[in-house]
Design a protein around this ligand. Sequence first.
Ligand SMILES: [Zn+2]
Length: 504
Amino acid sequence: MMRAALVVVVLGVVGFAAAWLAEYPGIVAIDWGEWRIESSVGVAIGAVLLFAILVALLYRFWRWMRTAPRRLRAAHEAERRRQGYRALTRGMVAVAAGDAEESSRLAKRAESLLEEPPLTLLLSAQAAQLKGDDRAAEKYFRLMVANPELEFLGLRGLLTSELRQGNTVAALEHARQAYRLSPQSEWIQSTLFELQLEANQWKQAEALLHDVGRRGGAPETLRRRRAILLLEQAADVEASGDRPAAATIAEKAHTSAPEFVPAAVAAARLLTTVGKPKRAHRVLETTWRAAPHPDVAAALLAVWPEESAKQRLGRTQALAALTPGHIEGDIAIARTAIAAGDFPRARRSLEVVGGSRAQDLESRVCRLWAELEDAEHGPGLAARDWLMRASSARPDPMWVCGKCGQGTPDWRPSCPFCNAFDALEWRHILLPIADDGSAATAQMRAVALARAPVPVARIAPPAAASGPGAGAGGNGGAESPQAPPPQFLAPMPPDVPVIGPRDP
Ligand SMILES: [Zn+2]
């Protein structure tokens, strides 16, 4: 629309000028030596315009000719870069696909085409790693460390390379450097932490947790992890024979995370052994208020080992009264009441938890019912029925790993199956449903898993006469440590930056 209007305006002006010139005709004459050129005004104006256009075109052509070599060079370089980035991308894909030959060939091609070492170093290093040439890979990683922009990636490469070769001491040093460079990286936080744990550097690990906490980590997790580290220190100190010092450290662990059952149990046990049963009792009461747990109830009885069955029942009732209506309180009362021969009391507590018509009863409740029937009426049908029911009932809660999903009856700092630190939580194991729709097969599997050989717990379980899990099994501290190696040895770290063409 605008263009049409403009054309109309221009045509109008030209027409008007032509008409005006026709109305006032004149002559333009140029005298030059013996030459004389005469022309009408209109023709002269036309000639001048034509000359101006010709000069402008000539100037543009001259400029185009002058910049041609530079443009040709730029186009050539752009094509090289394009091919270089293509080789780089395809090389990355070859690394991801595990094609050592292809990735190495493409790394060399990208190197020759791009002439930008920072871009190709990572690919070259990974290609060398894939080929199994650790020395070459290390050379590239060291070159990356020398480049401020790639320092973290280089350290990361060196770190994984050292871990693969089992050099945890060198790996720890690289991890420390990498953490200094990029303390907010969760990967380096957890790797450094795990390496410190492996090197038994509890204090350094604790300092790391403190530092991460200052940067805004989850406070509850941090408090619990700090407690676990303190428990490890306490175990070391106890092993060296200094029980009072161990008790003090374990109490610190309990203070750090009062709701954390293993800390309270360990603190209570150590406090009892150094002659401070009242303090041990208070520790257990505090934790029970926050998290009622069978281990706490059992640990409480272990604080007062000399007491009669009746007194133990009284202690348990007082503990359960701290959290009225909680199922763990009733289960603990039923257990001690049966032992004390107070069958009506045991029956009342078990009825609260679930009687014979209740659905979805836990196995331990069925076993307690069987125990009660057996103790009250002697071996008979009722006791046998309850035992039958226990074998197919819902499995008891246990310490289940949040990483691998497997369960164990005793708590440990690291999962006995996948070695993940601080991964065990007290809950029911998730059972896959069997083909026939029942969870029975899966339950047997869970029980088998719970009894699988596991490394010795560093913190000994409470010296209670009756085990907390009441037959949860395998409490004897099995021997062979069969924990798999840590999980951070993957050759290709998950957050490798994507390298793509930059604006030239
Ligand atoms: Zn696990």
